[in-house]
Write a protein that binds this ligand. Sequence first.
Ligand code: NAD
Ligand code: TYD
Length: 356
Amino acid sequence: MKQFLITGGAGFIGSALVRYLINETDHRVLVVDKLSYAGNLASLASVSQNTRFAYEQVDICDRPELDRVLKHYKPDCIMHLAAESHVDRSIDGPIAFIETNIVGTYQLLEAARSYWNAMADERKKSFIFHHISTDEVFGDLHDEASFFTETTPYAPSSPYSATKASSDHLVRAWLRTYGLPVVVTNCSNNYGPCHFPEKLIPLTIINALAGKALPVYGNGQQVRDWLYVEDHARALYAVVNSGKVGENYNIGGHNERKNIEVIETICALLEELAADRKPAGLTNYRDLITYVADRPGHDQRYAIDASKIARELGWTPQETFESGLRKTVIWYLDNPNWWQAILDDRYHGERLGLSQ
Ligand code: NAD
Ligand code: TYD
């Protein structure tokens, strides 16, 4: 039984990982999260009473607080997911991305290095710092035959991806220069339960139910490679357990879809699953589809070659896009309280009896 420290554990992917660790393993989990607009303790409600779960509201830019939690909880590994994660927000205001994704990662690396240096030899050997990153660091692809591999050069396009690329470089420098044992994963677009309502898939579901426009940026022909979030959680667990120090692993869903196809598929699922919730006067959910101005610097296509993690660690996704999207739409239909609290901005007030 190990002690995991998960930064960003109250976010979309972090909370799926924490639910996986508590429900499917015997490990203890400490969530370190500052609860930005994207952090939501309701996503951890199903595991928050478990005796193997703990939570500390800490900003990763706050070095003394990081030192305190490392000293107190003595983790065997750190899985670093805390980040500012929304491309559109990074275009509107890059500074928060520079602070959390670059400076925060630097502070966490330094806290981890000092903690690791002071560890007893046996535990020191098995300690690992797992940095969770994105395929967006590779920039975009323009022909259908190309895929991102672990050796694709970095060419980030947005302030978000540039700050994630910076953090990846810092993490590798801490291995090369200081010997800190690190592993890096770069994953494609995730989707599934507890996804913040301003991202494409939840936004489309929630806007459709409210009879609001479903915005398609530009021509809607951009391609993303979608991975169900629970498949990502399993991949992360495989890497933190069996990944090789110093390696990076690409994680992807083998599910390339154009944005317009994603939106149309959601509309078709809502026709099937929520015809009775259709707003008055609306004939078909797809009538809400609305083309809007394109995102500046919009990446055309992301597609991951995930053969290394399949070959070396035996991980492949369990969900197809069709099965995962159906589960996701059903989750949003069944859990309006989760997303309505966010829309009403009352979710941070709900502390759910967690220790802090
Ligand atoms: P998210 O925005 O849903 O969650 C981020 C979490 O980090 C939130 O709980 C937030 O409160 C916390 N956080 C933000 N700033 C913090 C700080 N300074 N200190 C402590 N906590 C802080 O993001 P997500 O979609 O769950 O992504 C998690 C990680 O995975 C990110 O590093 C992201 O770059 C990466 N990633 C995301 C995707 C995706 O499709 N969502 C794909 C590949 C990689
Ligand atoms: P998003 O969920 O923001 O993820 P990312 O930018 O990290 O890929 O967007 C996914 C794709 O959907 C991206 O190409 C932008 C597009 N998009 C829309 O067309 N309309 C929307 O309202 C949003 C939020 C995104």
